[in-house]
Ligand binder design. Sequence first.
Ligand code: NAG
Ligand code: NAG
Ligand code: NAG
Ligand code: NAG
Ligand code: NAG
Length: 673
Amino acid sequence: MDMLLTSLFSVIVQLFSIILLVLAQDENQFIYNGFHQANLQLDGSAKILSNGLLQLTNTSKQQTGHAFYRLPLKFNTSSSSTPSLSFSTNFIFAMVPVAPSFGGQGMAFTISPSTDFSQATSSPYIGLFNSSNLGLSSNHVLAIELDPVKNPQFNDRDENHVGIDVNSLESVNSAPASYIDQEGKNTSLKLLSGNAMHIWIDYDEAEKLLNVSLALTKNSKPKKPLLSTRIDLSPVLLDFMYVGFSASTGTLASDQYILGWSFSKIGQAENLEISKLPRLPSQKKSEEIPVQLLIVLLSAVTVVLITIISVAYIIRRKKYEEIHEDWEIEYGPHRFSYKNLYKATKGFKDKELLGTGGFGKVYRGKLPAADSQIAVKRVSHDSRQGLKEFVAEIVSMGRLGHRNLVQLLGYCRRKGELLLVYDYMHNGSLDKFLYSNEKPNLHWSQRYQILRGVASALLYLHEEWEQVVLHRDIKASNVLLDADLNGRLGDFGLARLYDHGTNPQTTHVVGTVGYLAPELSRTGKATTSTDVFAYGAFILEVACGRRPIQHQAPDEETILVDWVFDCWKRGEILNASDPRLEGDYAVEEMELVLKLGMLCSQSKPESRPSMRQVMQYLDCDAVLPEISSDSANINMFLTGEEASRLIMSFPSSFEQGSTHSFSSSDSILIAGR
Ligand SMILES: *[C@@H]1O[C@H](CO)[C@@H](O)[C@H](O)[C@H]1NC(C)=O
Ligand SMILES: *[C@@H]1O[C@H](CO)[C@@H](O)[C@H](O)[C@H]1NC(C)=O
Ligand SMILES: *[C@@H]1O[C@H](CO)[C@@H](O)[C@H](O)[C@H]1NC(C)=O
Ligand SMILES: *[C@@H]1O[C@H](CO)[C@@H](O)[C@H](O)[C@H]1NC(C)=O
Ligand SMILES: *[C@@H]1O[C@H](CO)[C@@H](O)[C@H](O)[C@H]1NC(C)=O
């Protein structure tokens, strides 16, 4: 029974092999552009991936994998008319190492009498042999090895070679992986590059010549083979042989792939269709895609960032936008950046607002670098006209230095406004001390000191500096008090900005009603005498604690200078003194100041003293001349009504403070002739 079964089984096996052989007769060529439905026999680690890619090994260690054409092919038979030992094959492979240049163990195109490699071992034996059968002629194995590892026991030439092996792993012939390109240049290839490579193996029985060529997939078959070895395969190849691939990994491993394979026993193997080949999967891409993805992501992030930054920059630019013109270059050192001023004043917060004057708002600020406090005056100025001259003056005034002048530090220009940066005056403006109850009353000695200080500043402006500077708007609210309550004249020259005017045909009279000299209505021309006139009004203001024009007062007291004059004529000039002083003053000084005030307020400019004389009187270095009792000589200053008649235009940007009602403390702008 057993015998019968055994013989039956052997008959079946024989029948089967006969069928295979019969089939093999017709199997002289095949082509696989990807291995879907390929007639292959796989073992070990070999598998066909879902995309048709033939994977011989993955990166696990000590594996072997085989993929052989399932049918044996007829080789060493004399019966055939075709040269049976001849064959032609080409395939595309890739070795993707775990780390660049760190992979193994290699693969080989193999012609073998058997597909049973169960006894063969991995690593250096490439799944073809074992230590005991290596080199035996009974192996009948031809292998074209692609060897990325240098094995000294096989006399390997290097760690990147192609070799022709017969029954052994010691190559009959080998060459470093390379090809001759179109220009005839020897270009080396790296088996472990992870790139797909094309290899052509051709044997011509008649010439007994085995050629092996290697190239990148994009290149065509090189004209000159990498290896061209004269070899007689008749003792090697049996009648029926299997063709396929063997691969292994050792301690070094790679993903080893075959992308496509063409084989022929009758003439040249067909060319593979590169476009149809499956793509190499993740591993290689996994190294490349993240890099590409990273680049894409980085670019995207960069683009987004650049956009955000540019938008922010544009917004910031807008926010901190300034106007710079060529002519300002020379004033560079005097220029402040708007950004710095913006930050110094905490964004021009109302909390930092020091006051609102005729020419604009003043803010307190702190410059981080200098740790110094500043006052920033924002002056609206729509017109470009006159600005250049004004800035020139402002800058030159920045060079003015006097202990009784508020130091101008610099400027900044934006659309529609000019920002002037001054030293910060801790105690604010003098008028607050005179008229508001928030501030303590100033003693006479302090007041006298202030009047003297302002006089010395005016003297400096009029006579002591390199050019005559007119202030044009002397009044208590333009006198600021520093930490030591020294009077300092501020806003000097600012009035000049308006004087340059928007309309070159008109000269603008600038100042404050009550301080405007009468001749201004005729000439419209500011002089040192008009400044002296204003100074006169100012010292009366300080001595009497009243504004030059006081509408609430009884009629005879409305015009301060008239009233002082009346008091003087009555012989009771001290009655004009500020009641808040409660008589606590040096009588001679009070008399001096009141008389000096009247002297400066004379309608004829030539009758008024110069600032130098004013200083001499205040210092008692000269005796005050007698005042003419002709009342027509006094009370001739430009009144509000007269000023109103002169008004022709008010540039809208100046409207702040220069109101129709002329509250007597506000600076106004009057277009003269
Ligand atoms: C390699 O393939 C084997 C069998 O398919 C599997 O067990 C192993 O995890 C794979 N190794 C890697 C590194 O993918
Ligand atoms: C090597 O392989 C042959 C078959 O090819 C087998 O007979 C032999 O036992 C193997 N030797 C070792 C050491 O595995
Ligand atoms: C390229 O040059 C190397 C020697 O540098 C040589 O071994 C190899 O065979 C050459 N390749 C080709 C394709 O001729
Ligand atoms: C092998 O290469 C040589 C030299 O280029 C060439 O003459 C010969 O025809 C080639 N043989 C085959 C079968 O490709
Ligand atoms: C191949 O065929 C030739 C001629 O028929 C014969 O001499 C040779 O031994 C054969 N080779 C093998 C390996 O069988």
